[in-house]
Design a protein around this ligand. Structure first.
Ligand SMILES: [Mn+2]
Length: 547
């Protein structure tokens, strides 16, 4: 079995983190090195969701802990049995040596008990009760199975066994034998001539030994008296020994204080429970409560840490919270090298390129494996996202070369795709006026004025038109409540390097004069303006000071 490795990007994952984790897991799986599983440490962004939908790729599972769970152990395959099977069959299973406890489940697959070797042996040593078969509601099928018996006569209804187990070894007349029997007895007998006497004693079952048969006449008597008759090849001694072993496992299994584990229980929980109990093994159930195996103390000894590969980050505070529970085996990143400590040597690949997806793409090319159309597509999306389609100063020639190659495999036009992706990623649909004015907000004192400046990144400022009146009303209410003078909401389109300003309150005309013309959306155009700190505030300052 290949080892499992988890691959994750950073917290608050962006498109590069998500797509790099998925693509690198795909590469690892195709190289056959590991069973690689991409995971994520937070919510998918609007942009990432668009990309995954666009290429039809499944999002990584969210995972919040690297603690080992029962599912990570190579525990034993469980043997599950029905509560009605004879203890003899359970014993046979133990003799095969595969397990030392059997999980007893009902028809719905839910655990009703656990039968261990000691349950079975104890029950056999304890049986001095000659009415145990009846008390244990033993089905006649169990007796037939364990004795490998042939049915000679079985009535329409299966017999019950309210009497004792007895061997009929005596001779004599009908009168002499009267007191030997009680109602409902199970009678074991060899080759005799007086079956008619036995069959008329209101017994429940006659077991013939040494393969003895009955004449048709005698079978008729059995039918008339409603006595079931079976015949076994075992001799009388062996038959007597085996008969108590026909009782169902439900009679001897442990049903109180059952301890079993779920596959997602952490090993802390398991160790704790095992320390407080003395069972040899414990059933393991999956999320649907179905038994999937059994776990014993020795499975814990060899448990290794979970293996983890970090992509698009190498700082511990950006990674999974309990990262120390994991063994980091690789890091693929394009950020500064910071403060991850590893216990053993790792494969560390860092390149000063525009995105981690660029490095993962290189690794595909280096390994001679051609990514699928979908994987090439998500890699393109990640490169475009992190480099803002080469507008970001972090862009390198490598990013350009790789995007060119990958976009051909993916069959996309990078410019067209970038426009679609950034629009989808920054869509304001579904956002309320309240979301927008409570988002990324800072307040500034400029001269005598207190100015509230919010910034929203969007390529779709026109989506605000339907809520514009409500938005302005709420902005006005906000500054009134705070005793501030002006509210400026900056709608920034990084991709096209421009912003639009929605201004409410004092200094409106001065601000408009400073920035530019009105747009069709009723906002103030601010070409080339991207940074609140470096561009918006200096211009606001100029406008307000002039006023
Ligand atoms: Mn990145």
């Amino acid at each position: 079995m290949r080892q499992t490795v988890y691959i994750t990007g950073h917290k608050k994952p962006d498109t590069d983190s998500i797509m790099s984790a998925i693509a690198y897991a795909d590469l690892k799986n195709r190289l056959g090195e590991y069973e690689a599983i991409p995971i994520r440490l937070g919510k998918l962004s609007q942009e990432s969701r668009f990309v995954l939908d666009y290429f039809g790729v499944k999002p990584p599972e969210i995972k919040e802990s690297m603690k080992l769970t029962v599912g990570d152990l190579s525990f034993d395959k469980g043997t599950i049995i029905d509560p009605s099977i004879p203890i003899r069959k359970a014993w046979d299973t133990f003799q095969k040596g595969a397990t030392n406890s059997l999980t007893v489940v009902d028809n719905d697959g839910e655990i009703v008990g656990i039968a261990s070797l000691s349950n079975i042996t104890k029950s056999y040593m304890d049986v001095w009760d000659d009415r145990i078969l009846g008390r244990a509601h033993t089905p006649v099928d169990n007796i037939i199975d364990v004795l490998a018996a042939k049915i000679i006569y079985l009535g329409e209804e299966d017999p019950t066994f309210p009497g004792r187990m007895m061997v009929f070894a005596m001779g004599g007349s009908k009168e002499d034998l009267k007191d030997i029997f009680t109602d409902g007895d199970i009678v074991i007998a060899g080759n005799r001539t007086d079956y008619d006497i036995i069959l008329k004693q209101n017994i429940s079952l006659l077991i013939l030994t040494n393969g003895t048969g009955l004449s048709d006449e005698v079978i008729e008597i059995a039918k008339e008296n409603k006595v079931a008759v079976i015949s076994t090849e075992y001799n009388t001694f062996m038959t007597s020994r085996l008969l108590p072993m026909t009782i169902p496992v439900s009679q001897v299994m442990t049903t109180e204080n059952l301890i079993y584990f779920k596959t997602d229980d952490t090993l802390d929980v398991v160790r704790d429970a095992m320390a407080k109990s003395r069972f040899r093994s414990y059933p393991v159930v999956d999320a649907t409560k179905k038994v999937v195996g059994s776990v014993s103390r020795y499975h814990l000894i060899s448990s290794n840490k979970k293996k983890l590969i970090l992509v698009d980050h190498n700082e511990r505070n950006q990674s999974i919270d309990d990262i120390d529970e994991a063994e980091i085996i690789e890091i693929i990143d394009h950020h500064r090298v910071a403060n991850i400590l590893t216990t053993s040597p790792v494969f560390f690949r860092a390149e000063p390129v525009g995105s981690t997806a660029t490095i993962i793409s290189e690794m595909y090319l280096e390994s001679g494996i051609r990514p699928s159309r979908e994987i090439a597509g998500i890699l393109c999306a990640a490169i475009i996202s992190d480099t803002l389609l080469f507008r970001s100063p972090t862009t390198t020639d490598t990013d350009k070369r790789i995007l060119d190659r990958m976009s051909k495999i993916a069959g996309i036009n990078p410019e067209e795709f970038a426009d679609k992706m950034f629009r989808a990623g920054t869509s304001l649909k579904g956002k309320s006026a309240k979301d927008l004015i409570e988002g990324d907000i800072k307040t500034f004192t400029i001269g005598d004025a207190n100015v509230r400046v919010g910034q929203v990144f969007t390529m779709n400022p026109e989506e605000l038109v339907p809520i514009m009146d409500d938005l302005k009303k709420q902005m006005a209410a906000k500054i009134k409540e705070r005793g501030e003078d002006t509210f400026v909401l900056v709608l920034t389109d990084i991709f096209n390097q421009r912003s639009e300003l929605l201004v409410v309150g004092e200094y409106y005309d001065d601000i408009q004069e400073e920035f530019g013309e009105l747009t069709p959306n009723g906002t103030i155009n601010a070409e080339g303006v991207l940074s609140r700190k470096k561009q918006v505030i200096p211009k606001l300052t100029a406008a307000i000071i002039k006023a």
